[in-house]
Design a protein around this ligand. Sequence first.
Ligand code: SAM
Length: 272
Amino acid sequence: VPARLRASTERVRKLFVVGIGAGNLDHLTLQAVQALRQLSVVFVMNKGEDKEALLGLRRTICERHMLERPYRIVELSDPPREASILDYQARVAAWHERRVGALEAAIARELAEDDSGGLLVWGDPSLYDSTLRLIDQLRMRARVAFEYTVIPGITSVAALAASHRTVLHDVGGSVLITTGRKLRERGLPQEAGAVVVMLDGECSFQGLPNPERLEIFWGAYLGTPDEILRAGRLSELSAEIVRVRAEARQRHGWIMDTYLLRKSTGTEARDD
Ligand SMILES: C[S@@+](CC[C@H](N)C(=O)[O-])C[C@H]1O[C@@H](n2cnc3c(N)ncnc32)[C@H](O)[C@@H]1O
């Protein structure tokens, strides 16, 4: 076990923020597995319609990799966002504040001073996930003392590219990762040759101008046995993706999907 991951003899709580990949049990890195094996407590924070499915995957990961010592799973109930706060940024800030309080209380209550706890984060903690911001806030409040380590995971963006067996951008090009909300508000940025869209419950690709000049690489439930993929010209696939997505969501009760939009070049130059 690398020194950085080894439990030291100091009496200080240790937290591991572990990226667990985007849905495939084999996405877990060996570094993540080594960290998991040291944990006494696994904290899971869940939200959204996919809560039960994601919790199930986390449980399976724990059962598969944490055989060597006893551990507990502690679920943190996610406080609801207050609809009465109209400003989006203020609403999210208030929600984060309540989540910080919940995590702080759980660490103090559940983790003895020389114990290690883990926060299992979907995909990678650096991408559309607030766990690391919550931890920054916990450190600033300084009411519970702990050390922490971040372990990277396979993002849904990497899973999407792998399933479509494609490079995200053209040779030497750039890629923008954004949300469905931003795509609706701002459209496709002129300078971006490739855009990955996440957190899009509304199929925001529908309103884009010149769909015949765009390629879409769409993936839902990436990495899972239920994975669905579609790739081709946006003008030809847009309606089909909307239909397939609605049917799948109805069938499973939840959906997570991500897509890449790329300007059609008509060339195969994509090995950069
Ligand atoms: C809150 S973000 C979390 C992203 C995550 N931290 C990551 O590294 O991929 C959730 C969004 O990630 C995307 N996503 C996550 N897992 C996915 C999967 N298995 N298939 C398709 N999209 C996924 C979807 O766009 C979803 O709305």
